[in-house]
Design a protein around this ligand. Structure first.
Ligand SMILES: CC(C)(COP(=O)(O)OP(=O)(O)OC[C@H]1O[C@@H](n2cnc3c(N)ncnc32)[C@H](O)[C@@H]1OP(=O)(O)O)[C@@H](O)C(=O)NCCC(=O)NCCS
Length: 276
């Protein structure tokens, strides 16, 4: 049965600019040197997960949405201005980034959207997996040859703790309850992002009973595994989790089926984006 939980944060997004992840990476796994060359994007090695970050402005450059499909433009037109701005920025930047990996013009990419809403690339380009998330000012993409899920959440000082019994596994609830009050909000969002990254990698989003996924192991460390209930694990396998430090005041995590993945953090400049 589908759950009806909302994310702990909303998705208003501001300044358009994809910038290098210069934030400290206390929980990131092996880092690669940043690649500033758009043409260098095509090299996506086995086990590599590229993490892209962008920020979005309150007003969009005129050419920003030029690469969107008719369906995408119609979707944006149905949204409120704030939601439309977020969608146009995220989807058009995603197209431009993916174009570099698959060697195809951004506007010609056709996304397949499955019954749970997860977009993927059809045909030979299906070898490139991706996922995106946005919250507050931030948008992040994960791109890999392996199935990936990513989530970012702005840390609210007043998290919706009322959803805890509905979304946290027993051990996660115990870990949270043991923490001093001032550490709880950050921990709650760290758990949430790890959990949502797993469900987005699986592709079912919040449709899964989130209590069946325990992400509390090593939540303060770099690379750990999510513990899935027996039924869920039998169907969906094991997922490896990485915390990613995107910006102050945000929690973020990426989940990948590959145990030895290597994270690379990348910058995307607006002038490069609009040149494609
Ligand atoms: C996926 C889901 C967790 C996103 O939650 P969120 O925190 O609000 O949003 P995020 O910013 O983290 O991620 C949104 C992006 O995830 C991707 N996405 C959408 N559905 C997805 C899914 N089932 N699995 C993985 N990724 C998904 C999309 O790229 C989406 O961006 P878009 O809206 O610009 O196309 C939520 O939409 C969900 O639970 N979906 C469950 C399946 C469902 O009910 N789908 C509706 C079908 S019409």
């Amino acid at each position: 049965m589908r759950s009806c939980f909302c994310c702990p944060t909303g998705h208003p997004i501001s300044p358009w600019r994809i910038s290098m992840l210069t934030a400290a990476q206390p929980f990131a796994a092996k880092r690669r040197p940043p690649d500033r060359s758009p043409s260098g994007l095509r090299a996506l090695g086995e086990g590599q997960v590229d993490i892209w970050r962008m920020q979005i402005p309150s007003s969009l450059p005129a050419r920003m949405g030029a690469v969107l499909s008719t369906d995408e433009k119609e979707r944006a037109a149905r949204c409120s201005p704030q939601v439309a701005r977020a969608f146009i920025c995220a989807r058009s930047a995603l197209r431009r980034v993916l174009a570099g990996y698959v060697g195809q013009p951004a506007a010609t990419l056709a996304f397949h959207i499955d019954e749970w809403g997860k977009p993927s690339l059809p045909g030979p380009a299906r070898a490139i997996h991706f996922n995106l998330s946005h919250s507050g000012n931030e948008i992040v993409f994960a791109i890999s040859r392996h199935i990936v899920g990513i989530d970012i959440e702005r840390i609210s000082p007043t998290p919706p703790y009322e959803i805890i019994p509905l979304v946290l596994a027993r051990r996660e609830q115990q870990c949270l309850a043991r923490l001093p009050e001032k550490e709880r909000a950050g921990f709650f969002y760290a758990l949430w992002c790890r959990k949502e990254a797993v469900t987005k990698a699986i592709g079912r989003g919040l449709d899964i009973d989130l209590r069946q996924i325990d992400v509390s192991a090593g939540v303060d460390q770099g690379e750990t595994k999510a513990s899935l209930s027996i039924d869920l694990k039998a169907v969906h396998g094991a997922w490896h989790l990485h915390h990613i430090a995107i910006a102050t005041g945000f929690a973020a995590a990426v989940a990948c089926a590959e145990p030895n993945c290597s994270l690379a953090f990348r910058e995307f400049h607006d002038q490069e984006a609009l040149a494609v």
